[in-house]
Design a protein around this ligand. Structure first.
Ligand code: AMP
Length: 119
């Protein structure tokens, strides 16, 4: 499957639609989810055109991968998620329930997040 640059996160990256930005550097943009599922619900996306965690792990450079996860660490500490814990989720494809085909890591915290998978 080819990357579709008309997806909503690509439009956010190009500045065509706004976001509630939490953090940005050369490798990532992080912003609050528009429909939060927890008191803190942040999405972290790479700046490169990657569809999923699978695609990102296979095709991104070592620098991009290191930059992405270093930024995740910065964000969870800056946003106060690291001390009490949080959940990170990367929904992938149809069975994973992925809605937006640009790799994104959900960071959920601010309360106990509950069961890992709903029945
Ligand atoms: P997923 O199902 O893993 O693809 O998650 C996509 C997420 O993107 C959902 O949690 C949506 O609420 C969120 N979302 C969709 N559009 C926007 C937007 N414009 N700004 C922020 N979050 C969004």
């Amino acid at each position: 499957m080819a990357y579709n640059d008309q997806n909503i996160f690509a439009k956010i990256l190009r500045g065509e639609i706004p976001c509630d930005k939490v953090y940005e550097d050369d490798y990532v943009l992080a912003f609050n989810d528009i429909a939060p599922q927890a008191p803190v619900h942040i999405l972290v996306i790479p700046k490169g055109p990657y569809i999923s965690i699978d695609d990102f792990g296979r095709d991104a450079s070592a620098e991009e991968i290191q930059g992405f996860y270093a930024a995740v660490s910065k964000i969870v500490n800056e946003q106060g998620l690291a001390s009490d814990g949080f959940r990170s989720i990367a929904n992938t494809g149809a069975y994973g329930g992925q809605e937006v085909p640009h790799y994104h890591l959900h960071l959920l915290g601010g309360k106990k997040i509950g069961p890992m998978v709903s029945p």
